[in-house]
Design a protein around this ligand. Structure first.
Ligand SMILES: Nc1ncnc2c1ncn2[C@@H]1O[C@H](COP(=O)(O)OP(=O)(O)OP(=O)(O)O)[C@@H](O)[C@H]1O
Ligand SMILES: C[C@@](O)(CCO)CC(=O)[O-]
Ligand SMILES: [Mg+2]
Length: 415
């Protein structure tokens, strides 16, 4: 039984997305992968209450649902063979939307039922805004599951350091991984690990994340092809290919593993020993990793177009995330001509792609009750130009749902 934490102050939780540098898909089969957090985050404004009502406002995917928590299933370890089975426990009358919001709401039902006391009732209103493109391969689901897990653990008094301690992060990551399993079936755990811990990490399924202290600041262009795709379907496609050709696919997965191991060594090479040689070798392994992922069937013509444009500027690109469209990363060499990255982005835009010059390796999950000296809900109202004393109808949550992205980004942790 978990005590309900009666701190009813509003707070904001945020967590970054991720860019997988090397090793996607292979990491599902226990191979190593290298990933880093990106400077685009999901933000949740949470207003706890003592009532029996929970409202989830998810404007990015057009979801606004409310539940009487007494209708939601309570889960004990072992109740379900797999988190994805939570759907079977929904009592009649629980309306879970179809479409992109379904997996988000099911992940909520699973995590609320698992983390909140049997007898207690924990009401709250939560609004999630994300600066990550939804479903594009930058870990939008993982950052969502991390902020949801951290919020529930914080409200039930299970975090000792507001998400900053090693034990807090282990707990948040463990529950966020289960949230990922609701949507994806067999995720590796790398996405939620990066969203929780931040920085760069080398990840091997079953061994968890190992911080990678990269001695090099990498300039990366993330290009969103805007081609929609399903991580779950792409992961299932690789599994089907492996079932059909185990020896061949395993040799491809081993080659990708060796690329990740090589990259981890390159990232940690002393700065003075690296120089241009580091980037030449990274260029090679980026190119090879993409070719191997294409052999696994997760490429897409739009990703090849990205690679052609980058190659025209002597830069290497690879798909990042599950592939099949979605996002690609391009490494910008330190000695690239001035303005080269901007020229690449302009050519990508001509193709209808969106580019983001990413800062990789920033902070992981963060919880805050104030912005500067202002409580978060008062800060939201002040950002809206409302007086803090406005009538209760000026709900900070609905205001948060409408704040411009540049304002939301001001909530990012400084470190
Ligand atoms: N801002 C958000 N608000 C609510 N739910 C979200 C949000 N962003 C993502 N999600 C949930 O995550 C799902 C997308 O997850 P999916 O794993 O397919 O893409 P991704 O995480 O962006 O890509 P990848 O897993 O390859 O990195 C959405 O359908 C939705 O359920
Ligand atoms: C494709 C994959 O390797 C990364 C998706 O971002 C799946 C996973 O690791 O869960
Ligand atoms: Mg995802």
């Amino acid at each position: 039984m978990v005590a309900i934490h009666r701190d009813t102050r509003p707070f904001v939780v945020s967590a970054p997305g991720k860019v997988i540098m090397f090793g996607e898909h292979a990491v599902v089969y226990g191979k190593s992968a290298i990933a880093g957090s990106v400077d685009m985050r999901a933000y949740a404004l949470v207003t706890p209450s003592s009532g029996h009502s929970v409202r989830l406002v998810l404007p990015d995917i057009d979801v606004d649902v409310e539940f009487d928590v007494r209708q939601l299933p309570r889960l004990r370890p072992g109740d379900l063979a797999h988190p994805g089975d939570v759907e079977t426990l929904l009592a009649e009358g629980i309306d879970v939307p179809e479409g992109p919001g379904r997996t988000a709401v099911l992940a909520f039902v699973y995590l609320y039922g698992s983390l909140v006391a049997e007898a207690g009732a924990l009401g709250f209103t939560m609004c999630v805004r994300s600066l990550l493109p939804v479903g594009a391969g930058l870990g939008s689901s993982a950052s969502f599951n991390v902020v949801l897990s951290a919020a529930l653990l914080q409200m039930t008094g299970q975090l000792q350091g507001e998400g900053a301690t090693e034990e807090d992060r282990r707990l948040i990551n463990s529950w966020a991984f289960q949230g990922e399993q609701v949507a994806h079936g067999t995720p590796s755990g790398i996405d939620n690990s990066v969203a929780t811990y931040g920085g760069f990490l080398e990840y091997t399924k079953g061994h968890g994340p190992a911080p990678l202290h990269s001695t090099h600041a990498l300039r990366v262009i993330i290009t969103n092809t805007n081609v929609p795709r399903s991580t779950k379907a792409l992961v299932a496609g690789v599994r089907a290919l492996r079932d059909a050709h185990p020896a061949v696919v395993d040799s491809i997965l081993d080659a990708i593993h060796n690329i990740s191991v090589t990259a981890a060594t390159l990232f940690q090479a002393p700065e003075e020993a690296a120089g241009g040689e580091l980037e030449r070798q990274l260029h090679d392994v980026i190119r090879m990793n993409h070719g191997l992922l294409s052999a696994l069937g997760v490429g897409h013509p739009s990703l090849e177009r990205v690679r052609d444009i980058a190659a025209g500027h002597q830069m290497a690109s690879k798909l990042t995330g599950a592939g099949g469209g979605g996002c690609a990363l391009t490494l910008v060499p330190r000695d690239a001509p001035k303005g080269a990255a901007a020229r690449v982005a302009a050519e990508m835009a001509d193709e209808g792609f969106c580019c983001h010059q990413a800062v990789v390796g920033g902070a992981g999950v963060a919880i805050a009750y104030s912005v500067g000296a202002e409580p978060v809900d008062k800060w939201v109202r002040s950002m809206l130009g409302h007086s803090a004393e406005r009538a209760p109808d000026s709900d900070a949550i609905s205001g948060f749902a409408t704040l411009p992205e540049a304002t939301i980004a001001m909530l990012a942790p400084s470190h």
